[in-house]
Structures are given as structure tokens and as C-alpha cells.
Write a protein that binds this ligand. Structure first.
Ligand code: SAH
Length: 254
């Protein structure tokens, strides 16, 4: 799902609520939904991030270049820049833009890197990573729902992104064949960090994943050192569950 809880980003949330409130006033549209998930333009979202200093200009440029509207269903195109997760298909969601920004910033992507994403969904996060990695870089993204694999490939094509490979597989086991990776990102809630993902990370590589229960997770950033790992947490988020060998068990999901 990719929904940032307010706590660690309270200032940003207050700023955002005020902005939406002012915008609501301007449009004489004072309904509560406009305060918590009001329709925004790409530029307004970017201005919020710039003011809150949570994204660097390279990431903002990537965000501006990738058409999010190509990754949401036709009927939700007008909501593409609302700062909230949106349903895609098959019960899945595209993450909230601010969550994408927070995770991508933590991942510290450099030009030319090889990145592994677990949980392709719409393909939007993969597209942002691909822009950050540039033409010499590459994103391998794994998805378990076959229909989403097809949808994400179509979305990426529509958006003109060519350096992403969408593969249908259980991402909780990583992607041994093309390992090691410079960066690994999981966009589904993990009960614990899957061991294969840590193993398939290059030395000095970074992994970002939401780890915790089915309802709430802590965003975790791990850097692989020569011996061991350095771990940092970045606040609470809500994601759809990771399934598969190292994900939540089927009987835990109901
Ligand atoms: N990154 C996506 C949103 C991800 S939603 C975007 O930008 O739109 C979480 C996704 O993880 C869902 O599509 C779900 O099917 C997928 N998923 C869950 N468990 C998985 C697993 N073991 N391997 C690969 N994908 C998985």
C-alpha cells in the first residue's frame, strides 16, 4: 500500500494539511476529503517536498519526468498526484508519492547501479528507480501476481521506461541469477528481512524495506558492511503483505 503514518513526518503533514486547506478555501471546497487527500498538481507536491527538504533535485527531476498518471487506472487519472496510495488492480495499490520519495531517498540510488525491487505492483516505483539509475543502470523487479506483471510492463512501456525488467517470481527469495545488487527495495510488508535479500546485496549496498506486522511496519534501512550490517529505522508505514517463502504465511493473511 505504501502509506506513510504521520508521526515522524508531522511537520510535513501539518504543512501539507495547511496547503490543502488553503487550496480548499481557494476552490471554495471545504469538504473534509479535500483536507486529507485533496487533489494536488505535480508542482504542488514538489513544492511541499522542497519546503520540507525531504527530496533532492535529482529525485524531484525523476518524479517530474515519470508520468504517474500512466500507472493508475483510467478512472483515477485525475487523482494521480493526490498524496495517497491508490488502488491499481487485483486488490493491490500504488504507494503514496511521499512514501516513494522517502524510500527512494533512503536507497541513495547512484547512476549505473543495478537495483532489485520486490513487489512491482503498477511499476511506478521501478520507473522512478530506473530514472535515478540512468541509462547505464538497471532495475529488476519481481511480482507474484501474473496480471500485474503484464500491467506493469504495459505501464512502463507507456511511460517510455526501457531499463526495467519485470519478472514473475517470488521476490522473497530474491533473484540469485542476477545477484549481487547495489540496492534492494521491498515495497511490501515483511515479517522480517528475507535472508536471501541480504545475501544478494553487494558489500556497502543498501536495502530498504517495511518490516513488522500485517497492519503497521517500521521502515528499515540496512547497509551491508564488510562484516555485518548497519541498521537504521525511519518511522512507521502501512504496506500490503509480502507473501511467498520468506513472507507472511497464507493463514496469517485473513
Ligand atoms: N511498488 C508498487 C506497489 C507495491 S504493492 C508500485 O509502485 O505500484 C505490493 C506488491 O507486492 C503487490 O503487487 C503484491 O502482489 C507484491 N508481492 C507480495 N508478495 C510478493 C512476493 N513474494 N514477490 C513479489 N511480489 C510480491
Amino acid at each position: 500500500m505504501g502509506f506513510a503514518k504521520a508521526s515522524p513526518y508531522l511537520n510535513l503533514s501539518i504543512y501539507w494539511a495547511c496547503l490543502l486547506w488553503l487550496r480548499g478555501l481557494k476552490e471554495a471546497n471545504l469538504r473534509i476529503p479535500s483536507l486529507i487527500g485533496g487533489r494536488m498538481s505535480k508542482e504542488e507536491l514538489v513544492n511541499v517536498w522542497r519546503s520540507a527538504r525531504i527530496a533532492d533535485e535529482k529525485l524531484i527531476e525523476a518524479f517530474l519526468k515519470v508520468p504517474r498518471e500512466s500507472f493508475v487506472p483510467e478512472e483515477l487519472k485525475e487523482e494521480a498526484y493526490t498524496d495517497t496510495p491508490l488502488p491499481i488492480r487485483y486488490g493491490k495499490t500504488i504507494s503514496q508519492p511521499t512514501t516513494i520519495i522517502i524510500m527512494t531517498t533512503a536507497l541513495d540510488v547512484r547512476e549505473g547501479q543495478k537495483i532489485l525491487e520486490i513487489g512491482t505492483g503498477s511499476g511506478y516505483q521501478a520507473a522512478i528507480l530506473a530514472r535515478m539509475a540512468g541509462e547505464k543502470g538497471r532495475v529488476v523487479t519481481l511480482e507474484v501476481v501474473p496480471e500485474l506483471v503484464i500491467l506493469a510492463r504495459e505501464n512502463l512501456k507507456k511511460a517510455g521506461v526501457t531499463n526495467v525488467d519485470v519478472i514473475e517470481d517470488d521476490g522473497s527469495q530474491g533473484h540469485e541469477k542476477e545477484s549481487p545488487f547495489d540496492r534492494v527495495i521491498v515495497t511490501a510488508a515483511c515479517p522480517g528481512i528475507p535472508e536471501p535479500l541480504l545475501r544478494q546485496l553487494k558489500p556497502n549496498g543498501i536495502l530498504v524495506a517495511p518490516v513488522g506486522g500485517l497492519r503497521i511496519q517500521e521502515m528499515v534501512k540496512v547497509r551491508k558492511l564488510n562484516s555485518g550490517f548497519e541498521r537504521e529505522t525511519m518511522g512507521e508505514f502501512m504496506f500490503l503483505p509480502l507473501v511467498g517463502k520468506h513472507g507472511f504465511r497464507e493463514d496469517e493473511l485473513d
